[in-house]
Design a protein around this ligand. Structure first.
Ligand SMILES: [Zn+2]
Length: 237
């Protein structure tokens, strides 16, 4: 599989997908040129999965904006919740009397030779799950999730399981879970929960918040990004 073949196959499923590095670089320039976000007045925060596979883009963003705040965790859900976003809203440098928050969030999924949810990682020969947390939740299944008792040592995974439960409940008994559908389901939920927190936070925050959400597609040729939301909320919105 060449990079061009992989790109074609990814675009057939995610028509808006671009190389993640390219997409995010364009967003950074747009935020700076059209909205006045600069490294001197902006704090970048990300809510990605713990998986190191998405790290190149977070490091790219960090190099542009400065050290990042993390509010995510397994499966790219905003596990840090209201407390984490309230905290980062107090960590913004105030250059030129303005302050801005830049949030990047969303789930991720591997793609390799027609197979969704799997990827070859650097230095490895065989495929592994991506997103491993989401794949594990789907394997646990609805009965497995319902019959679990609360485990304080596995809180994030249990949160992910509870989130995918409505997706699993929606499947008929003859159809198994599909990681692509589950990732899209998760995208909606992550975006909705993040926006509920952000809109609430914005009321007491005298700056602007840019929100970028989308699905990261991990391949042996690097990551692609399919945007779900690109929005700048102002003090008055
Ligand atoms: Zn993951």
């Amino acid at each position: 599989m060449s990079i061009e073949e992989a790109k074609k196959e990814i675009l057939a499923v995610f028509p808006d997908a671009q190389p993640a590095r390219l997409f995010l670089t364009k967003q950074n320039l747009e935020l700076e040129e059209s909205h006045g976000f600069t490294p001197e007045n902006t704090r970048f925060a990300e809510g990605g999965c713990s998986d190191e596979i998405n790290e190149p883009e977070y490091q790219l963003m960090e190099r542009y904006w400065g050290e990042r705040f993390k509010f995510g965790g397994l499966a790219g859900y905003c596990h840090g919740g209201k407390s984490s976003l309230a905290a980062v809203s107090h960590h913004i440098p105030e250059g030129e009397g303005r302050k801005n928050l830049l949030l990047l969030a969303g789930p991720h999924i591997g793609y390799h030779r027609g197979q969704w949810g799997r990827v070859i990682r650097p230095g490895q020969q065989s495929l592994s799950d991506s997103c491993g947390s989401l794949a594990a939740a789907l394997r646990t299944g609805r009965d497995g999730i319902r019959n679990k008792t609360m485990d304080p040592l596995d809180r994030q995974q249990q949160t992910v399981e509870q989130m995918v439960l409505p997706y699993l409940d929606g499947l008929s008994d003859t159809v198994g879970p599909d990681i692509l559908d589950a990732t899209r389901f998760l995208m909606e939920r992550i975006d909705a929960d993040l926006m509920a927190i952000v809109v609430d936070l914005q009321r007491g925050f005298d700056g602007r918040t840019a929100v970028i959400t989308g699905i990261s597609v991990n391949t042996a040729y690097g990551n692609f990004f399919s945007p779900h939301r690109v929005q700048v909320l102002s003090e008055t919105s």
